[in-house]
Design a protein around this ligand. Structure first.
Ligand SMILES: [Zn+2]
Ligand SMILES: [Zn+2]
Ligand SMILES: [Zn+2]
Ligand SMILES: [Zn+2]
Length: 115
């Protein structure tokens, strides 16, 4: 096993190359630069992930509203807006509207039920 030479780090690997690659995280060196926005990264993997934001490819689409996202975390965050419990229900007859905030409900009442 090869071990990271840094104190307080217990990273180890069977391959010395992996350890070399890992040790970069202890330096402030950022050798990988995005050619488009000049964002810099210590490792090539995060750069690769980052590059998606510059492409038109948006492989993650919302099943509820067909919005598309280039990154999975963005999709996940967006999806919460669909699943969030809508606990503020309009109490007018024949109105089935419900809202996730009391403010939205109040606005709805103002707009839809003003006599
Ligand atoms: Zn280390
Ligand atoms: Zn970039
Ligand atoms: Zn959606
Ligand atoms: Zn209503």
């Amino acid at each position: 096993m090869y071990k990271c030479s840094h104190d307080n780090c217990d990273y180890q690997s069977k391959l010395s190359a992996n350890v070399k690659r890992h040790e970069v995280v202890h330096t402030n060196q950022r050798n990988f630069e995005c050619e488009i926005c000049n964002a810099t990264f210590k490792l090539s993997d995060p750069l690769q992930v980052h590059m998606v934001v510059h492409s038109d490819e948006k492989p993650f689409s919302c099943t509820e509203c067909n919005k598309t996202f280039s990154r999975e975390p963005d999709l996940k965050r967006h999806k919460i807006t669909h699943t969030e419990e809508k606990k503020y229900k309009c109490n007018f007859d024949n109105c089935k509207s419900s809202f996730n905030t009391s403010g939205n409900l109040a606005r709805h009442k103002r707009l839809s039920h003003k006599n």
